[in-house]
Design a protein around this ligand. Structure first.
Ligand code: SAM
Length: 255
């Protein structure tokens, strides 16, 4: 099976556990981000005025980021590989009378035209589930020159320190940092996952440069001081000391 087929199967099986989380996010008037639900007022991950822009979400899941972009004025295409996740997104779209356009597809091979978007985003979608050498090339292709890309996902620090079962971030450097790329959790004995991707920071920078992206902002995310306990494999105390997540604000080089 290809990596994306493994991930599609995983997300189709897992989608029912994401419905409530998705509904809560659709209900929220205010965007919030990542493992610790950091409010947009603290980290302005999403640009605040998207009026007149064509936006695409890559790996939209239940579609709440797409909904937030729509509320900020964008015309939104929401793409995901999992039919089951898209079914939840479709239900929420109906409930909220939203006009986002849901499409089934693989962010590593986008069924979208060249230079047809002004804005692209992924929060834990393509950002971690797709090979960066494939999805970022596709994101660059579908963005017009000057178009913006924002993505948020695990930091490579967290991947190096994640235990072999893919369950919890530890204080040991269990995996090599150099050469970090493909992480296969599909055979994990306790909580089998899918296949995820990450890169050492210098490789991310090199890839952006090779694809014609300018880095406008890069943030290693510190868990809020109020965070407690464990969330999505990260321990709050760990994530207050080391970056469990990172966020990137990129722009496709204008001509
Ligand atoms: C965690 S959800 C991200 C959506 C949302 N921001 C969230 O955090 O719930 C991950 C999504 O990525 C999708 N995904 C995984 N591989 C993909 C691929 N190759 N192309 C498009 N979507 C993919 C999955 O189907 C899943 O819906």
């Amino acid at each position: 099976m290809t990596d994306s087929a493994v991930n599609r199967q995983f997300w189709n099986a897992y989608a029912s556990q994401w419905v409530e989380r998705g509904r809560k996010a659709w209900q929220s008037g205010q965007p919030y981000w990542g493992i610790w639900s950091i409010p947009q007022s603290q980290i302005a991950f999403l640009d605040t005025d998207l009026r007149g822009l064509r936006a695409v979400e890559l790996g939209c899941g239940t579609g709440y980021v797409s909904r937030w972009m729509e509320q900020l004025g964008a015309e939104v295409v929401s793409l995901d590989l999992s039919d089951a996740q898209l079914a939840t997104a479709a239900e929420l779209k109906r409930e909220y009378g939203s006009g986002i356009r849901l499409i089934h597809g693989n962010a590593e091979r986008l069924p979208l035209h060249d230079a047809s978007f002004d804005y692209a985003i992924s929060e834990y979608g393509a950002a971690i589930w797709c090979d960066p050498y494939l999805w970022l090339k596709e994101a660059s292709r579908v963005l017009r020159p000057g178009g913006r890309l924002r993505f948020w996902g695990h930091s490579p620090w967290a991947m190096v320190c994640l235990d072999d079962e893919g369950e919890l971030v530890t204080r040991s450097l269990g995996r090599d940092y150099f050469g970090l790329h493909r992480l296969d959790f599909s055979d994990a004995p306790i909580d089998p996952g899918g296949i995820e991707f990450n890169l050492p920071i210098s490789d991310w920078f090199q890839l952006f440069q090779d694809l014609g992206f300018i880095v406008e902002r890069f943030l290693e995310i510190k868990a809020p001081d109020t965070a407690r306990g464990e969330s999505f494999g990260s321990d709050a105390k760990w994530a207050q000391r080391f970056p469990a997540e990172h966020a990137w604000w990129l722009r496709k080089r204008p001509p």
